[in-house]
Design a protein around this ligand. Structure first.
Ligand SMILES: *Cc1c(COP(=O)(O)O)cnc(C)c1O
Length: 389
């Protein structure tokens, strides 16, 4: 008999009752160190007092009005994002996939209103992940996500990630934009070379294409800067954000320059829930906390510490660890045993992690971890690798 919750996930048999900081607790009182953070969502950990205060205060005032009216929270959050990024304007939605849908629609409309409707194709990378809607599975191009869902949404070309020549070869008269993740996440934590990202920017400019960055996973402090592309010294024309943006409340955003967004005029795109007052209260609190002096420095310091300790583990357990890679607190451990077995054993030992492509175990801790959490995680990883080696 089919479970009442549709079985689209192969879930671990674990359920949590409460969270605090970097920890999750089951109803039976078992404690887990959460280095999954709801797949890079709980950037400030669980029940951060500033988030709880912002959300409960808003919950007592107003939940939802729709986008038929001005939403002051959107105006505040958009202004803060604009002040801290390349963007001049922001569209709010409820998830990463929806943010990507807005990016894709914006790119097509940009060329359409400029009198170039033939420019509608987007060059994407092999191994990409952009979400599970029909257009975003086509943009991701992964067979396992597309199988059985034909006909596929048209207009996406794929080239190997990191290969500039292949990308330039794929540009044609119908090309509208380039879409990549600065660090491929679901694909197995594959950091884009900063030089590759700089050349993508130059290539987009050379051919009059829009550069779209998917920072749904890499964004909001995850890699040690507010957005990962800052570390390459480039800016995109359009960017998707979500995951960490609401710190656990569902919110996505499509950020853009005025020029890129020129086609998305009144009536061309929308969302009933997008940017509702509750979501905006959460996002504003996240942005404010991340904007405090020292926050991102702390992320970089913890990332350096964790990475150093993981490199030591890799030398101690060469039969378990094949590679450690990543950027900031977005770290992948490529294991020799099946990654799903390692994820399950780590969970049994009290550490939550996430699997990814290329047999990688992802560490995506909340950005508020301290040295003690790093020690504890390394202890559990070390014990677990010792058990399986
Ligand atoms: C998670 C993710 C998405 C999709 O986000 P959803 O909120 O699940 O729709 C898109 N792109 C990247 C890079 C992601 O990591």
């Amino acid at each position: 008999m089919i479970p009442v919750v549709m079985p689209t996930y192969a879930r671990a048999d674990l359920a949590f009752e409460r969270g605090e900081g970097a920890y999750l607790f089951t109803a039976e009182g078992k404690t887990y160190l959460d280095f999954a953070a709801g797949v890079a969502v709980n950037a400030l950990g669980h029940c951060h007092p500033r988030l709880v205060a912002a959300l409960t205060a808003q919950a007592a005032k107003l939940w939802h009005t729709s986008n038929l009216y001005r939403v002051p929270g959107q105006e505040k959050v958009a202004a803060k994002l604009v002040a801290r990024t390349f963007a001049e304007t922001v569209f709010f939605c409820n998830s990463g996939a929806e943010a990507l849908e807005a990016c894709i629609k914006m790119a097509r409309r940009h060329h359409y209103v400029a009198g170039r409707p033939e420019r509608h194709r987007i060059i994407c990378a092999e191994g990409a992940f952009h979400g599970r809607t029909l257009a975003t599975i086509a943009a991701g191009g992964q067979k396992k996500h597309l199988e059985g869902f034909a006909p596929m949404v048209e207009g996406f070309d794929h080239v190997p990630y990191g290969n500039l020549n292949a990308l330039r070869d794929a540009i044609g008269p119908n090309t509208a934009a380039i879409l990549v993740e600065p660090v491929q996440g679901e694909g197995g934590i594959v950091p884009g070379d900063p030089e590759y990202l700089r050349r993508l920017r130059a290539t987009a400019d050379e051919f009059g294409l829009l550069l779209i960055l998917d920072e749904v996973q890499t964004g909001m402090g995850r890699t040690g800067t507010l957005f990962a592309h800052e570390q390459s010294g480039i800016t995109p024309d359009i960017m998707a954000a979500a995951k960490g943006l609401g710190g656990g409340f569902p919110v996505g955003a499509c950020l853009a320059t005025e020029k890129a967004a020129a086609g998305l005029t009144a009536g061309t795109h929308g969302s009933t829930f997008g940017g509702n007052p509750l979501a905006m209260a959460a996002a504003e609190a996240v942005i404010d906390v991340m904007g405090e002096p020292g926050f991102l420095e702390h992320v970089r310091r913890m990332a350096g510490l964790l990475r150093g300790r993981l490199d030591d583990l890799a030398t101690r357990f060469p039969s378990v660890v094949e590679d450690v890679r990543g950027l900031g607190l977005m770290i992948g451990i490529k294991t020799r045993p099946l990654n799903s077995e390692i994820v399950a054993k780590l969970a049994a030992n009290g550490l939550l992690t996430v699997g990814a492509g290329d047999n990688v175990v992802r560490l995506l801790p909340p950005l508020i971890i301290d040295e003690g959490h790093v020690d504890e995680a390394i202890g559990i990883l070390s014990r677990t690798f010792g058990e399986v080696k």
